[in-house]
Design a protein around this ligand. Structure first.
Ligand code: RIB
Length: 292
């Protein structure tokens, strides 16, 4: 069982060909609301690949909350531990421009994922093969879960996004840390190879279209990106994380798990929306076969 303790957001997406300067108004060419949130996205990615997934999170008692709850349920995720609170459901304001995205998250109910919520779900957490977290819920909750999982001997995958909330002392407590290149540079500096060699088989840096890298204890390993034509890169990192967790609990080596996650992430950008392009296990395996 994969347990995701994390955020659930409604993504409020605007696409524009012209990125406005400060004080300028421009006309965009698309507006939509679509399910997102790093926690929910990672849960969906793992569930689509066939892993049993439970989500511990919170939504508001508003229309977004209802929609997001149903969406996760429809993705075969166990939603019993999703709290409904008096705060508004979290949202992410996403600006798509020039094949990339800029995101502002307003956490709302995600900040109601407290230590008490974790305690209330202790028996569920004990059933986990791996716990996955990101940094869109309160920092105190992350710290609490890290200690809990250490006591319970449950592996933790921490995706340090947004990186501003990360604390370096957590590294010893996590099994896998998965920053992207920007987060890695912000947290540890620009020399990716040197940083990875300090945390072998633990830190995996995702490199967008260029793939991913880690150190296997003997050498630096770079998994090349699969070239694709991206429609929307939102959620590619989340797909990587969900797919990596799925692969690890399925018994893959780290090397194979990174390859698998890399292919899953490359497939995910071929469709619109954070969750829109997340692939099935069959689709990932078929693409892996093609690449042999
Ligand atoms: O990683 C992409 C996600 O970040 C979006 O779905 C948005 O909700 C934000 O959490």
């Amino acid at each position: 069982m994969i347990t995701v303790i994390g955020s659930i957001n409604m993504d409020i997406v605007v696409k524009t060909d012209i990125f406005p300067k400060q004080g300028e108004t421009v006309l965009g060419n698309l507006f939509t609301t679509i399910p997102g949130g790093k926690g929910a996205n990672q849960a969906v990615a793992a569930a689509r690949l066939g892993s049993p997934v439970q989500m511990i999170g919170a939504v508001g008692e508003d229309s977004f909350g209802k929609e997001l709850y149903s969406n996760l349920k429809n993705e075969n995720i166990d939603v019993e531990a999703i709290a409904k609170t008096t705060n508004s459901t979290g949202i992410a304001n996403i600006l798509l421009h020039d094949s990339d995205n800029r995101i502002i998250v307003v956490p709302g109910a995600n900040f109601d994922v407290t230590k008490e919520v974790v305690d209330a779900n202790l028996e569920r957490i004990k059933k986990s093969s791996i716990v996955m977290m990101q940094l869109e819920i309160p920092v105190e909750t992350i710290e609490y879960v890290l200690d809990l999982c250490q006591q319970l001997n449950i592996p933790v995958l921490l995706n340090p996004a947004p990186a501003g909330n990360f604390k370096k002392e957590w590294i010893e407590k996590v099994t896998y840390l998965t920053p992207n290149e920007t987060e890695c540079e912000y947290l540890f500096g620009a020399d990716v190879e040197a940083i990875l060699s300090k945390y072998p088989n633990k830190m995996i840096v995702t490199l967008g279209g260029d793939g991913a890298a880690f150190h296997n204890g003997e050498k630096f390993v770079k998994i090349t990106g699969y070239k694709t034509t991206p429609v929307d890169t939102t959620g590619a990192g989340d797909t990587f994380n969900g797919a990596f967790a799925h692969a690890i609990i399925s018994g893959y080596s780290i090397d194979k798990a990174v390859q698998f996650a890399n292919i899953a992430a490359s497939l995910s950008v071929e469709k619109f929306g954070a969750q829109g392009g997340m692939p099935s296990n069959e689709a990932v395996l078929a693409r892996m076969e093609e690449l042999k």
